[in-house]
Design a protein around this ligand. Structure first.
Ligand code: HSE
Length: 377
């Protein structure tokens, strides 16, 4: 008997046409990934992923990319996103505007959106989700949390059978790198920050990393997928009343003395993002309303705690619940190529007709607070 023919995908499906907005560290790496290794990506996506338009603040950012001549180039994100025939808008601009407008306009025009913009999602996630539900277009955002560490789809879809009780994570690579330098190289906070900036890690405004704002944004996104609720970023506690760096947000007030004291107790200081279902006592104080408690605080962790193993810009996320107990994922939390790989994974998912990152994790609270579609753009 003849051996069975190898399974093959249908050959010539229409390309998925991509507009890429932003050519920073991540955007450039996305472009590089789309332009290299196209045969492999086409095979994995079942159709070509075709870069058709790019928005870059400066043409110099495009140097050396070897863009095909038919790619539309502009410095205007809206112009790139609305080029005729675009199927997917990839938003890696960062910031609230114009990112928010191009994302919402793209959704309302029926274009799929892939975004790495944690700040935008944390600030306007419920509005974006309502718009996506109304237009039936997918919105995916794996790159917004964990960089190249695949945690969002894992949480929302692969762990659909888990009743998540708590998430704990090191989700900001820059502060983890700084804490490493303070502990392992004996640098003080200012010197460690300068080294992080020289290495190209910190956000343009480093207080977003140091004060735990970036980690809080990521925790808002994780909480949406774990608990079905859009927290407001300001609901995430960022100033600890006690422990390392008490009184300052994030790691801003953590000193070498804090780190040395932790080491004497056999512990490490990590910036711990944590969210869990509220306790019965919390609920009764709120008149019975179920809720989510969330914080981003510098904490001492035992050396055998998985969070203690976060190294450099690495992220570690621990998901706790039944029936699994504990599921831990770790990987690169920042960096262009790794984060771009998460964007590419979302593009491949869209090419296969998958929906939004939150699809298997419907809203359970505050759905009524989502802004109506067509509200402020
Ligand atoms: N500033 C962020 C971090 C970049 O250090 O984790 C990746 O989101």
């Amino acid at each position: 008997m003849a051996p069975p023919a190898p399974a093959t995908r249908p050959a010539s499906r229409a390309p998925l046409r991509v507009a890429l907005l932003g050519v920073g560290t991540v955007g450039r790496a996305v472009a590089e990934a789309l332009l290299a290794d196209t045969d492999r990506l086409t095979a994995r996506a079942g159709r070509p992923l075709k870069l058709v338009a790019m928005a870059a603040r400066s043409r110099r950012r495009l140097d050396g990319l070897g863009l095909p001549p038919d790619v539309v180039l502009t410095d205007d994100p809206t112009a790139a996103a609305t080029v005729g025939g675009v199927d997917v808008v990839v938003e890696v601009l960062g910031g609230l505007e114009p990112a928010g407008s191009v994302v919402l306009d793209g959704i309302r025009a029926g274009r799929a959106v892939v975004t790495a913009n944690k700040h935008l999602l944390a600030a306007r996630g419920s509005e974006i989700e309502a718009a996506a539900l109304a237009s039936g277009t997918p919105v995916r955002f794996e790159a917004a949390v964990g960089g190249g560490t695949p945690v969002l789809r894992l949480l929302a879809a692969d762990l659909v059978g888990m009743h998540v009780e708590r998430i704990r994570g090191v989700v900001n690579g820059t502060t983890n790198w700084i804490l490493d330098r303070m502990e392992l190289d004996g640098l003080d906070g200012a010197a460690a920050l300068a080294a992080a900036q020289a290495a190209g890690y910190a956000e343009a405004d480093p207080s977003l990393d140091l004060d735990g704002v970036d980690a809080a944004d990521k925790l808002v996104i994780l909480s949406r997928l774990a608990f079905g609720v859009w927290l407001r970023p300001e609901e995430v506690q960022r100033v600890a009343p006690d422990g390392p760096g008490a009184g300052g947000p994030g790691i801003s007030a953590v000193s070498r003395a804090d780190i040395e004291a932790a080491a004497r107790r056999g512990r490490r200081v990590r910036l711990v993002a944590e969210a869990g279902r509220s306790t019965d006592r919390d609920r009764s104080e709120r008149g019975g309303e179920a809720g989510v408690e969330a914080s981003v605080l510098a904490r001492e962790v035992d050396r055998d705690d998985p969070l203690a193993s976060a190294s450099g810009v690495g992220n570690v996320i621990v998901i706790e619940g039944a029936p699994h107990g504990v599921v831990t994922v770790s990987g690169p939390g920042a960096g262009g190529p790794a984060t771009a790989a998460a964007v590419i994974a979302d593009l491949v998912a869209i090419a296969h007709g998958e929906g939004s990152t939150w699809d298997a994790s419907p809203l359970t609270h505050r759905a009524a607070e989502a802004a109506p579609v067509g509200a402020a753009g």
